[in-house]
Design a protein around this ligand. Structure first.
Ligand SMILES: NC(=O)c1ccc[n+]([C@@H]2O[C@H](COP(=O)([O-])OP(=O)(O)OC[C@H]3O[C@@H](n4cnc5c(N)ncnc54)[C@H](O)[C@@H]3O)[C@@H](O)[C@H]2O)c1
Length: 344
């Protein structure tokens, strides 16, 4: 049975394939292509990358895909239902706007942008026209976020008591991380890249989704002296409502842990810990930690759920993916952190 899609000029038969155009075929684009390959409805059909070699490699790995002749022709081609944008942030807003012109639903990679004015215009348009747009924060569909929301969100169950403080700890033996070695130079440069935008933004998203807007009270950023390379350290203090949030992030080759992250929620009667993305454990004060489920299972179910939310986005149904407004609020906090702020 066909159904109308919010603000769009076409209908999609229920359970039929949803054709996705993909722009940006680097590290993240490849990962998403693999995930789409395994999905029963979301089908990558048309792809484009400004780098001909990336396009060529992608077609060799996925012979069922078609190459577009450019980003604009891809977006304008008939038969697409959605656009997935996996380029570095500079191009995100322009591609989003073009996709809305073409009536496509958009899933865009984080960080949303470093151009706040363009983002505000884009968000105003999304609200005015009912455009379908979301941003890929991988923790949005994670059991860790659900647990933090359940414990400390608006109607928290208080399983570990009232929230007292939050700590976020990030450690990298190298930046970019080894699995991102093939990514472009942008990732290691301060204009668009760095671990604060790339990794901390996921945890600021979780923090702000559960507790609301954060205020940066103090931020000290360590940069290499070359004037171009991304940050290698961040120590910061934020406040959300009355709650203090401490952030400690470092890139250091002598670190014993190659790539580690931890978000600790300290309650009056115990603690909740999100660890290495999808790991989740809990303890009551004075007791030992106990794992809540298994991290690999959490990752698999989180990713599967995210694709179902993407289907809902395209079909114009309600979904839990972060919108552009929520992603901009994350990015605003991130950019204040990166600008540095003297403590009060
Ligand atoms: N959600 C996540 O967990 C996650 C993980 C990694 C990266 N990301 C995000 O995904 C995006 C891409 O990151 P990546 O690691 O794949 O980077 P990458 O450098 O490996 O790939 C980016 C690709 O985009 C292409 N590109 C750049 N500008 C373009 C343009 N204007 N038109 C067409 N193609 C263009 C490049 O040629 C390159 O192939 C970034 O925003 C990054 O922050 C998200």
């Amino acid at each position: 049975m066909p159904f109308a899609v919010l603000g769009a000029a076409y209908t999609v038969p229920m359970n039929s394939p949803l054709n996705i155009g993909v722009i940006g075929l680097g590290v993240m684009g490849q990962r998403m292509l693999e995930r789409l390959n395994a999905h029963p409805r979301l089908k990558a059909t048309l792809v484009w990358d400004a780098d001909g070699a990336a396009l060529h490699r992608t077609l060799q790995t996925h012979p069922g895909l078609q190459a577009a002749t450019g980003a604009a022709p891809l977006i304008a081609s008939s038969g697409l239902h959605g656009l997935y944008i996996a380029t570095p942030p500079a191009a995100h807003m322009a591609f989003s706007e073009a996709a809305f012109d073409a009536g496509l639903a958009v899933l865009c990679e984080k960080p949303l942008t470093v151009d706040f004015e363009a983002a505000r215009r884009c968000i105003a348009r999304i609200e005015r026209e009912g455009q379908r747009a979301a941003v890929n924060f991988s923790l949005a569909s994670s059991p860790g976020l659900a647990a933090a929301w359940q414990a400390f969100g608006m109607q928290g169950e208080a399983s570990v008591g009232a929230l007292q403080a939050v700590q976020i700890e990030l450690r990298f033996a190298a930046w970019p991380r080894p699995w991102q070695a093939a990514a472009g130079d942008w990732l290691s440069q301060r204009a668009e890249g760095g671990f604060v935008r790339e990794v901390l933004s996921h945890f600021i998203f979780v923090l702000q989704r559960v507790l609301g807007p954060a205020e940066v009270e103090h931020s000290h950023v360590g940069y290499p002296t070359d004037g171009r390379s991304a940050e290698t350290a961040l120590q910061a203090r934020l406040r959300v409502g009355g709650i203090e949030v401490q952030i400690d992030g470092r890139v250091d080759s002598v670190l014993p842990m190659a790539d580690h992250n931890r978000m600790l929620w300290r309650g009056s009667e115990g603690e909740l810990e999100l660890r290495d993305w999808f790991g989740l454990r809990r303890r009551k004060t004075g007791q030992d930690w106990s794992d809540v489920g298994d991290a690999a299972t959490h990752r698999a179910t989180g990713q599967a759920d995210q694709l179902e939310q993407w289907v809902a986005l395209i079909e114009g149904r309600s979904h839990g993916l972060p919108g552009y407004g929520e992603a901009l609020a994350v990015q605003q906090t991130i950019e204040v952190l990166l600008a540095g702020r003297e403590g009060r």
